[in-house]
Design a protein around this ligand. Structure first.
Ligand code: SF4
Length: 502
């Protein structure tokens, strides 16, 4: 029987979703999580906003675990957080069980929660069912110092991975994907360093390039076509779909950080001696530069790099010319691919004055940031919703690509808008397929501008401010005399305050 961890301090009462980040951070450090919090602060630096403005960050790591074969996921956190996370994961089609270890003040304060977690992990870790069990501390257990590092590393051959994913330490759900991916790569790297490991299911002997990021399914195929003339192949993706794929990801000749926020994962690839290449093969300029960078990283001679350029660049140029975009577009999102999307739009002919991403600035998006600056586009890292909205109001775009609240605001203003995650991330971005993919939706949406204008004037004044809500059968009317009385009360109050001291 392992030692019972020392009693945790009382749980903080404020939810980090609504403030109290400093309180939670201080509580976590006082409870022995200083190293964890320091690493999170280093990996995911803060920006203009210090709170997640999108969904609970832990959804990112939860989703990565749920998408893996033979991997169990267990959450430890407040019931409301777990309800929201499981609801969202099933909304996105998880079709998998999410384990939950509940707690109350007593189990939290006495350390019994840790024992409950350990029992749950032991019960779940059946080698006939699972390769790994992921247990995640959400906000309150992290702030209370529940020591997942004291769990056994392995039970009957099933790996046990404990991670802390607090909303007060991981700013976006994108970066939470990296927390889990990095933790699994680290475990797999140590396994590989100790001796032979299982052969990945679909492993092909080739000079593979690992692709970092959750990609549209056609993208690895397109990237594979770019790599082929260089004697390279598109290998495993990180996040992976199966534990064994982690070994082939680590075994790559080079690593493409297509999504540029996987800081912890990159640390593991570097520890395994791999070269990392930023940006991605978007448009003509982006693809040419990426071929050069990935070719050099993998030791490919110039003749083969030139062959790769000749094989793909004319086709990308042709696809862009055949699918021109004539519109002013602002881009905002939290996926990490916003800069790449903006590059593609500009190469297709669009004017993109602003791109905002909730992700932090890293060295792997530097080529994109520099290219966008040179093409008159403002790049805002760690963009807040307020910054995205201000940019949209100022730029008055023909089309705004953004998050749900931004799209809602754009529609209120009679402006065509598209939800980045559902519409932009759900189509190819790279190589030839990517070059042709955006024009259709941009044209369809911008054509509807006049229709949006008519909708705004039709609904003018209905269902906004204090007239919003359900149950009105007619256009809501103010209670008679209400506003007038309030105005007079305010005026009298202001007058009495003016009179003080005279
Ligand atoms: S776990 Fe997520 S939902 Fe719960 S308090 Fe933290 S950030 Fe909010």
């Amino acid at each position: 029987m392992d030692a019972i961890p020392p009693a945790a301090p009382p749980a903080p009462s404020a939810s980090p979703c609504h403030g109290g980040r400093d309180t939670f951070d201080a509580a976590a450090r006082a409870a022995g999580k200083t190293e964890v919090m320091d690493q999170l602060m280093k990996d995911y630096p803060r920006g203009p906003h210090d709170q997640p403005q999108s969904m609970c960050p832990a959804f990112g790591s939860l989703r990565v675990g749920l998408r893996m074969r033979r991997v169990a996921t267990i959450l430890s956190g407040s019931a409301c957080c777990v309800y929201g996370l499981t609801f969202t994961s099933h909304f996105y089609g998880a079709k998998r069980t999410v384990g939950y270890v509940p707690f109350n003040s007593e189990t939290l304060v006495t350390g019994k929660l840790f024992e409950d977690i350990r029992d749950a992990v032991i019960e779940t870790a059946k080698p006939e069912d699972y390769d790994a069990v992921i247990i995640t501390n959400l906000c309150v257990p992290t702030a209370s110092g529940v020591p997942l590092d004291l769990l056994p590393k392995e039970i009957n051959g099933v790996r046990i991975i404990g991670i802390d994913v607090p909303g007060f330490g991981v700013p976006t759900h994108a970066e939470a994907k990296d927390v889990l991916t990095g933790a699994m790569l680290r475990y797999a790297r140590h396994e590989a360093e100790q001796g032979p490991v299982a052969r990945p299911r679909n492993y092909k002997e080739a000079r593979n390039v690992c692709l970092i990021g959750e990609l549209f399914p056609a993208d690895p195929v397109g990237i594979g076509q770019i790599l082929a003339p260089m004697g390279l192949a598109a290998g495993a993706q990180a996040p992976c779909r199966e534990w064994r794929d982690l070994y082939s990801a680590l075994d790559s000749v080079a690593v493409a950080a297509l999504h540029p926020f996987y800081t912890a994962s990159v640390r593991e690839f570097r520890a395994a001696g791999r070269n990392i290449v930023g940006s991605g093969p978007v448009g003509v300029d982006g693809t040419a530069a990426w071929i050069e960078a990935i070719g050099l990283a993998a030791g490919v001679p110039e003749s083969q790099r030139e062959a790769a350029r000749q094989a793909v660049l004319p086709a990308i140029r042709g696809a862009l010319a055949a699918n021109p975009i004539k519109a002013r577009i602002t881009v905002s999102g939290y996926e990490g691919s916003e800069l790449l999307v903006a590059r593609l739009l500009i190469e297709a002919g669009a004017e993109v004055p602003y791109v905002g991403t909730a992700c932090p600035r890293t060295e792997w998006s530097d080529p994109d940031r520099e290219w966008l600056h040179a093409h008159g586009c403002h790049v805002q890292y760690r963009a807040s919703l307020e910054q995205d909205l201000a940019a949209m109001r100022e730029a008055k775009p023909d089309l705004a690509l953004g998050t749900t609240p931004l799209v809602q605001k754009a529609k209120e203003m009679g402006m065509p808008a598209l939800y980045f995650t559902n519409m932009v991330s759900a189509r190819p971005l790279f190589s030839i397929a990517g070059a042709a993919s955006m024009a259709g939706i941009v044209a369809a949406q911008t054509k509807g501008r006049e229709r949006f204008g008519r909708m705004v004037s039709f609904f003018e004044g209905v269902g906004t401010a204090d007239g919003a809500g359900y149950g009105f059968r007619e256009k809501p009317v103010d209670p008679p005399g209400f506003r007038d009385r309030q105005r007079k009360l305010r005026a009298a109050k202001a007058k009495s305050e003016e009179a003080v001291g005279t």
